[in-house]
Design a protein around this ligand. Structure first.
Ligand code: SAM
Length: 334
């Protein structure tokens, strides 16, 4: 069985949830609705949903949108139907044939047999779409995406594939361990700034990228399988054309984008994650927004408190990146 956090995702806050809880507690922040606008894996939104909160969940990658609809929606689905189709895909070969995915990716991120499997399942899913509810379709597609990601010949993202031969052992589709949530999730696939004015939530959790590494470059293969437009691919790393998914947060526009975002959201509390997880040894790794810029910007919107991951108040006299990579900025809006 997969759990929502069983993904290799750069910047996932899965391990930082206790830190988030502790900060919310010590700030005595109570809320009923929240928005996770750069939701990535969706683990933070999932945590809030599991506490009975209502959540807006957004990301600008379509593959992530598929995952939220599978894991976090409270639409109906039939576990029996899901299990029937997973068994069919794992056991039968009737539906297997050469396809876009095996023609394009065999011997790179995946072995020929596994690429053929991934493309065949993906193709077949389109043929049974009218027999499935939307949620069932998203659940089956998510199982395929998690399984493909698990065996991919990479270090965990698709900036490049490894020079070694891809794993031959057969890919297997596993079910998702889905939970029930009392409150609905409002799931969107958009640029966070484009939907910010429509957000009205007690708490807004903001966790954008901070350096020039574009998430679409990391996860183009998952996006390709999710969208299934069978696009031609470019260069040695076989990426789809993706200019429309590039984020301003990974460019020199980042600070303006963040200021615009915060000024548009209707909220009482902003909780913002900040980190410098890459070693700043290349231009691509340098953060586009500095710690000081964030401090100045957020202070204009309300009362700001900053925590480092040792849960202490941050004192600006320290050399802060030594041993402290993760920060939470809490802004109580004026
Ligand atoms: C640091 S990750 C978030 C990780 C997430 N909190 C988690 O725990 O998995 C940043 C996310 O922002 C998304 N993103 C980047 N630019 C965006 C934009 N302009 N609007 C919406 N999402 C964006 C990326 O696709 C990525 O998933």
């Amino acid at each position: 069985m997969y759990k929502i956090q069983n993904r290799r995702y750069i910047g996932s806050k899965s391990k930082l949830i206790p830190f988030i809880d502790k900060v919310l507690n010590s700030e005595n922040i109570k809320f009923n609705t929240c928005a996770d606008l750069f939701a990535g894996t969706g683990v933070v939104a999932e945590h809030f949903l599991s506490q009975g909160k209502k959540a807006f969940i957004n990301d600008n990658l379509f593959s992530n949108y598929i995952f939220y609809n599978a894991w976090l929606s409270n639409d109906e689905y039939s576990p029996i139907k899901i299990s029937k189709w997973l068994n069919y895909y794992n056991q039968s070969t009737d539906y297997m044939q050469n396809n876009y995915f095996s023609d394009t990716f065999a011997g790179t991120y995946f072995s020929y047999n596994n690429a053929k499997f991934i493309g065949s399942v993906r193709e077949h899913l389109e043929t049974i779409k009218n027999k499935l509810t939307k949620r069932e379709y998203y659940i089956l597609l998510s199982s395929l995406l998690y399984s493909a990601d698990k065996i991919a010949n990479t270090v965990g993202h698709y900036e490049v594939f490894l020079s070694s031969k891809p794993q031959e052992s057969k890919i297997e589709l596993l079910p998702l361990e889905i939970q029930q949530y009392k409150q609905p999730a409002i799931i969107t696939y958009a640029d966070a700034n484009a939907i910010a004015s429509a957000i009205n939530a007690d708490l807004a959790y903001i966790d954008p990228p901070y350096n020039s590494r574009q998430y679409i470059n990391f996860y183009h293969i998952l996006e390709n399988i999710a969208e299934w437009k069978k696009m031609s691919v470019l260069g040695k790393t076989l990426k789809i054309q993706r200019n429309n998914k590039k984020s301003d947060y990974s460019t020199s526009k980042a600070l303006n984008a963040l200021t615009d975002l915060i000024s548009k959201i209707k909220t009482k509390y902003i909780l913002l994650s900040y980190n410098n997880t890459y070693k700043a040894n290349s231009e691509a790794s340098n953060n586009k927004i500095t710690f000081e810029q964030l401090q100045t910007t957020l202070s204009k919107f309300g009362k700001l408190t900053i925590y480092d991951s040792t849960y202490k108040f941050f004192n600006s006299g320290k050399t802060f990146f030594d041993g402290h990579k993760e920060f939470l900025f809490v802004c109580k809006i004026k």
